[in-house]
Write a new protein. Structure first.
Length: 278
């Protein structure tokens, strides 16, 4: 990426680089902010392949699949690489076109992918099968030497998780539980929620201890008597005098008050937030 940015004037390259750094930092936890930074980088350097690719992933992370696919296609035209092929196919799924994603899984570009890319393409194809209502075919699609291997690769946890989820989709719950456990074993970086899925299958329910609605809901509170703290004499007398004065003023107001029509407030307008098609 640094090498690609060298084609830009130095000051411009630095500005683009700063925005790309923010995209990378925010993509997982704050995808909306990452998307905004990517749009700035895209306005500054739309002819740089790395910028188009970063913009594509940022759009993908917020569900703007048509936009992401356009950026990935542009990056692929610039570089001639096929490494974005699986995520491009997944964009087709996101746009409601699983049959096109499945067709891409049979294209010659798949043979140009490395092992990780081919595994990714297999998972996308299985997802497309499920989108089309072919749940049993999705299970078969994921059965591969990579799934049977005991070695742990960066994609192992996600592949096992996808297989477990596919098994669950066809009612093979016991096998699904076994593969969720295998996914959790391989998931060193916490990229999946395999532990939650296992707990769900085991009937375990987690309660958020910080949830104000749950806090103290079932915990009886002890009835602790509060000690009587004597007030300063001057403070007590002052409060008594103030109370008497307030009562006298209230009586005077009751005598002079006349009925006032109750005001009614109009309905509050609610603002709808426009959402992008995903």
């Amino acid at each position: 990426m640094r090498q690609e940015l060298m084609s830009l004037p130095k000051t411009l390259a630095e500005d683009v680089a700063k925005n790309l750094v923010m995209v990378a930092k925010l993509l997982d936890d704050e995808p909306e902010r990452a998307y905004q930074y990517s749009r700035v980088a895209l306005r500054l350097a739309s002819r740089v392949a790395a910028v188009r690719e970063a913009a594509g992933f940022a759009s993908y992370s917020v569900g703007k699949y048509a936009e992401a696919l356009a950026e990935f296609r542009a990056a692929r035209r610039m570089t001639g690489s096929s490494e974005l092929w699986p995520v491009m196919a997944d964009c087709e799924r996101g746009m409601g076109r699983p049959e096109r994603a499945l067709a891409m899984a049979g294209e010659p570009e798949v043979q140009k992918l490395d092992r990780a890319g081919q595994v990714e393409m297999r998972m996308v194809a299985a997802g497309a099968r499920r989108d089309m209502g072919q749940a049993e075919a999705a299970v078969v699609t994921l059965q591969s030497p990579e799934l049977a291997s005991n070695s742990i690769q960066p994609w192992t946890a996600r592949l096992r998780y996808a297989y477990a989820d596919a098994l669950l989709g066809v009612g093979r719950e016991d096998e699904a539980r076994e593969w969720f456990a295998k996914a959790l074993e391989a998931d060193q970086g916490g990229t999946t929620d395999a532990s939650d899925r296992l707990a769900e299958l085991d009937g375990v329910e987690f309660v958020d201890a910080l949830d104000p609605e749950q806090e103290g809901a079932d915990v009886p509170q002890p009835d602790v008597p509060q000690p009587d703290v004597p007030r300063p004499v001057e403070e007590a007398e002052g409060e008594d005098r103030g109370q008497e004065s307030g009562e006298e003023q209230a009586e005077d107001q009751d005598q002079d008050a006349e009925p006032v029509a109750e005001a009614t407030s109009g309905p509050r307008a609610e603002r709808d937030k426009d959402g992008d098609d995903s």
